[in-house]
Design a protein around this ligand. Structure first.
Ligand SMILES: [Zn+2]
Length: 413
């Protein structure tokens, strides 16, 4: 049995928002076994925390793990689990390797492949396109059979296809996340059990519909950072090199961003889509004022969003633009995504019996959410990354010659 005793930490309770001082945390085989003062355990390896702040490590509630370097970017930023929203064979293999300790990266909880209607304006080779209600239901059955945790729906399905998709999902007990629908009434989707709305920009335009979704128990992931890429990178021509964490992006990823961004700019200019970002924020805020079922997601690796670093930028925006207290922002990146994914019994808080997914911080994140970056140690079950190792990983990420595996077929043009 592997035992580690983390001695003398300020341990945060996310329920109360208070720290318990001078606490010891005993971890056995990657699970928290005990928390208390002056714990004794003769055969444990002792890790001195010297009064540092201990919080749960972070969960990014919206990512696309399209290449292996994203795993390292997550770990160096304290992100030890992700909700992945575009399933595929490669990422499932990667998830298994991480779980088995063969590669470094966050635990990956994945949706099925993105499913959209045959009438979608722009098509991707990695998406599944369906034509008619029967094919919609079949796409849900395929998602379940492949072992994914939820189904991902894009908004170009017809109302009949959407209804069939949601009914089959209900019958098979799998939840549906996505961008709601261009054509179906959002209230009808909520009534059919639509589980999570991704992006503030996907919320309905009128307040009454937003209230209805919030009251229905639907989850919501604002991904403000990616909503801002449209005004910033498309219309204001902001350089992608200004994205947080850009220096830790490989040459191949930078090239992927540039190429993909060209297509995005062409598409949005053709549609003349110029949303008012303040209106989008107001919609998200309205939902979050009414429901506490929201979570923090970055949408890495959409051009302009680096894995790990993007989540910290998103948390900053949730505090500055959406008016969250730092404690609520931290909850949105820990216990909330765990709850949304049905993992509350093992992830997102610090308690005996929970997975030891933890951060040790130099400064208090409840004072300033940016202090979540003052990382002294990242603990992911049995794996412990100290500051020196994290710095080595950052150096590795800065090496332009490094090579890594790519999981997304559209990555290289
Ligand atoms: Zn996304």
């Amino acid at each position: 049995m592997q035992r580690k005793l983390f001695r003398d930490a300020k341990v945060l309770s996310l329920r109360t928002g208070r720290y318990a001082q001078e606490m010891d945390v005993l971890v056995e085989n990657g699970t928290i076994a005990a928390i208390g003062r002056n714990l004794e355990c003769a055969d444990a390896e002792v890790v001195e925390c010297e009064g540092r702040y201990m919080t749960p490590s972070l969960i990014d509630a919206h990512v696309h793990m399209i290449c292996e370097e994203m795993g390292l970017q997550c770990i160096v930023c304290g992100v030890t689990a992700v909700r992945h929203l575009s399933g595929g064979e490669g990422v499932l293999r990667y998830a298994r390797d991480i779980r088995a300790g063969r590669r470094a990266g966050p635990y990956i909880y994945s949706s099925g492949p993105i499913v959209d209607g045959a009438g979608a304006r722009y098509k991707s080779p990695s998406h599944v396109y369906i034509d008619g209600p029967e094919q919609a239901a079949q796409a849900v059955r395929d998602t379940v059979e492949a072992g994914y945790l939820w189904a991902k729906a894009y908004p170009s399905m017809t109302p009949e296809e959407m209804e069939s998709f949601l009914q089959e999902a209900k019958r098979l007990n799998i939840r549906v996340s996505g961008h709601l629908s261009y054509y179906a009434d959002p209230k009808a989707l909520a009534d059919l059990g639509y589980a999570c709305c991704e992006h503030s920009s996907s919320l309905p335009k009128n307040d009454e519909d937003i209230d209805y979704l919030a009251d229905s128990g639907m989850w919501f992931c604002p991904t403000q950072l990616v909503c801002e890429t449209l005004p910033d990178y498309v219309w204001k021509e902001k350089p992608l090199s200004e994205a947080a964490g850009y220096e830790y992006l490989s040459e191949a990823s930078r090239k992927y961003w540039e190429e993909r961004n060209k297509k995005i700019i062409a598409e949005y200019k053709e549609r003349n889509l110029k949303p008012d970002i303040n209106v989008i924020i107001a919609r998200g805020r309205r939902f979050m004022d009414r429901s506490d079922r929201y979570m923090a997601g970055s949408d890495a690796m959409y051009p302009g969003v680096v894995a790990g670093f993007g989540l910290h930028a998103e948390l900053r925006k949730l505090v500055d633009l959406y008016g969250l207290a730092p404690l609520d922002a931290l909850r949105a990146a820990t216990m909330k995504p765990a709850e949304c994914m049905g993992l509350s019994a093992c992830k997102g808080q610090i308690a005996p019996g929970m997975d030891a997914d933890l951060l040790l911080l130099e400064r208090d994140p409840l004072e300033d959410i940016s202090n979540l970056l003052s990382i002294h140690m990242v603990i992911q079950g049995e794996r412990v990354y100290g500051r020196r190792q994290l710095d080595r990983m950052l150096d590795e990420l800065k090496d332009p010659r490094r090579e890594f595996e790519v999981f997304e077929p559209t990555f290289l043009f």
